[in-house]
Ligand binder design. Structure first.
Ligand code: ZN
Length: 141
């Protein structure tokens, strides 16, 4: 992999988009490559400065001009609809624990039905087993 590809993965690492083995590969490369290490430190510094930067608010006249050009919706079209994903269901802790316990106990009753072995085990007569080569036979406990 090239240093450019590692540097793209470093950016993904900061965004928590890398899996465990990918991030360990990146860290192993960082231990060996000073160019990528410099990139990593510069990225860290930029992110830290962005975190500490003041929030910049666009002037109202810019908002008006953008609205006039139709680039952002007008105030009337901003009607707020409540999505089902905005709803929150809140239970007291003992109630939530009881529900979780009931689900766990219920799954114990459902699980055997899901994993029931529908076909009975096939028993072979002893003379058929003699046809299997000795190397392939598993010893009986
Ligand atoms: Zn590198």
């Amino acid at each position: 992999m090239t240093c450019e590809q590692y540097q793209m993965q470093i950016a993904q690492l900061f965004d928590n988009e890398l899996r465990g083995e990918e991030s360990s590969t990146v860290f192993a490369h960082l231990g060996a490559c000073s160019e990528c290490r410099d990139f990593f430190q510069a990225s860290l510094q930029v992110r830290a400065e962005l975190m500490n930067a003041e929030t910049i608010t666009a002037p109202d006249e810019l908002d008006d001009r953008m609205r006039g050009a139709g680039l952002i919706p007008t105030e009337q079209t901003f009607s707020r609809k409540t999505s089902i994903w905005d709803l929150r269901i809140v239970f007291p802790l003992p109630t939530a624990a009881s529900i979780a316990l009931l689900l766990i106990i219920g799954s114990l009753f459902v699980a055997p039905a899901l994993f029931h072995d529908s076909q009975p085990r096939q028993e072979f007569p002893p003379d058929v087993l003699q046809l299997v080569p000795v190397e392939l036979r598993t010893p009986r406990p």
